[in-house]
Design a protein around this ligand. Sequence first.
Ligand code: 5RP
Length: 221
Amino acid sequence: MNAKQAAGYRAAEWVKDGMIVGLGTGSTAFYAIEKIGERVSQGLKIKAIATSNASEELAVKYNIPLITAGDVNRLDLAIDGADEVDPGMALIKGGGGALLREKLVAINSDRFIVIADSGKMVSHLGKFKLPIELVPYCYEWTLGQLKNRYDVAFEMRMRDGELYVTDNGNYIVDGAFGQILSPGQLGDELKAMTGVVEHGLFVDIAHTVVVGYEDGRTEVI
Ligand code: 5RP
């Protein structure tokens, strides 16, 4: 068992009969979905909402019943990965491009469990480039505003030689902030910029972090 698998499998234990569960995105969330799917095949009765098309496909593969947001007001639990986790449980997310749906699901869940291999635990956020989702319309102007405001490198995310397009039809720019000393403040500033749809800073959202280690151990914070 590797670190991601250990964290994902452990978090899946929080899922109980009758729950509405948010399914995260990425290689760590994959293991949580896999384990939840295994439990569903053994009789666990839940409903789930996926944070990306990729996770939705996985849920279908594992016969996890899916709902849409219109069916419920809130979720009992969401389980998702992270790119960085600081000691105050602030996160950088969005390495897989699903930050908007992930944040919507996380903030509308009674409990948000982050699953991370131990390499994701950092003293300060920012070494991982911060994903920022932009409206395609006039995105060059939004990018210009970001560059004027912050003296760091910004790179439009690409895939197969073209601008990367999120499941919501938007673009992503990754910002090399280096060290983010006030994630809450930076998040508020970014959110206030016209043209920015969402950013990957998740501050005061996570309730629990499950850390996985290469020897298969887990630690719950
Ligand atoms: C996707 C995410 C992922 O949760 C994050 O990138 C971690 O991915 P992985 O578990 O593959 O390391 O935020 O948008």
